[in-house]
Design a protein around this ligand. Sequence first.
Ligand code: PLP
Length: 370
Amino acid sequence: MSEAPIIPADPKAAYLANKAEIDAAIRRVLEGGRYILGGEVAAFEAEFATFVAARHGIGVANGTDAIEVALRALGVGPGDVVATVSHTAVATVSAIERAGAKALLLDIDRYDTLDPEALDAAARTSKIKAVIPVHLYGQPAAMPEIIGIARRHGMAVLEDGAQAHGARLGRQAVGSFGDVAAWSLYPTKNLGAIGDGGIVTTSRPELAEAMRQIREYGWRQRYISDFAGLNSRLDEIQAAILRVKLARLAEDNARRRHIAAAYDRALEGTGIETPRVRPGAEHVYHLYVLRTPKRDALKATLQSAGILTGIHYPAAVHQQPGYAGRIAIGPTGLGRTEALMPTILSLPMYPELTDAQVRRVTDALRAVSR
Ligand SMILES: *Cc1c(COP(=O)(O)O)cnc(C)c1O
């Protein structure tokens, strides 16, 4: 096996695929002389908001800050409870605590996202100020059901779109269901910077205004803080790079779906379960996560064939040392989450995978199952 290993994600490949345009975008900023909150950030905010069918976009420093800024704009603070899933990037829960609130962790449905029944049950026993459905792996959460429950119980809805830029549910873009959406622009995400970045989107002007102020010291007018805010700004250079990548995002997501379909075919009849796609959903495969009770053996076999895989995540948030035992869990428990964790494996997934690389993965999957 002399070929180079296939890695799970490759942000450098995304740079090389767009090198001339990205280099030109960086140079434009360097020579323009405006390095913080200039024309590139404003243009990216408008272009990304349009892409996710929102009226307003506000660039921030990273996806974790995006969630915190959105929660603060929704009026969440000390004493409030925010419900979300335990099966997510730890960032979702970290941001809730940074906003001063208490996280309440709920189970997932059969599509690996927030279970509406668990939310309904929790809302009957606790006063929940806001709920954060996470569109995990690029799969839309059950938004119509979640919005219905949130309305009945007076909760705000913040969508965590960090893994799902461009996903849709029944023609509607994720991020446009709730009050506000938070997005990470970390290099390996479907839309990734070359460094840290994040953005919040909303169609409600008063939330947009609040988030703009929270991003920069509570300023409406320069140097005058109406309240105590943060410093969480998206860099001008990153915004210029992101505009290049955003122009290709729909095509990149289509390529991810094409690769996912090839993996699905290779796994047919193997006993390994392919990702479950919610009816009516357009999944954007930030990750291609299969499930099998023989996960560790499959990971080792693929590794010896030069195919490196990931696990997203090795532990749910409530199982991690920094959270275990001190974090609130909803009344219906986390049984589905805990059963899922040891079975999941993420295959290599990024748009620049060549057809030959995809074939190496599918050949290895077919060989494993024989
Ligand atoms: C990546 C991610 C975040 C956090 O984003 P950062 O930019 O790394 O701060 C939040 N939620 C989910 C689901 C993520 O995958």
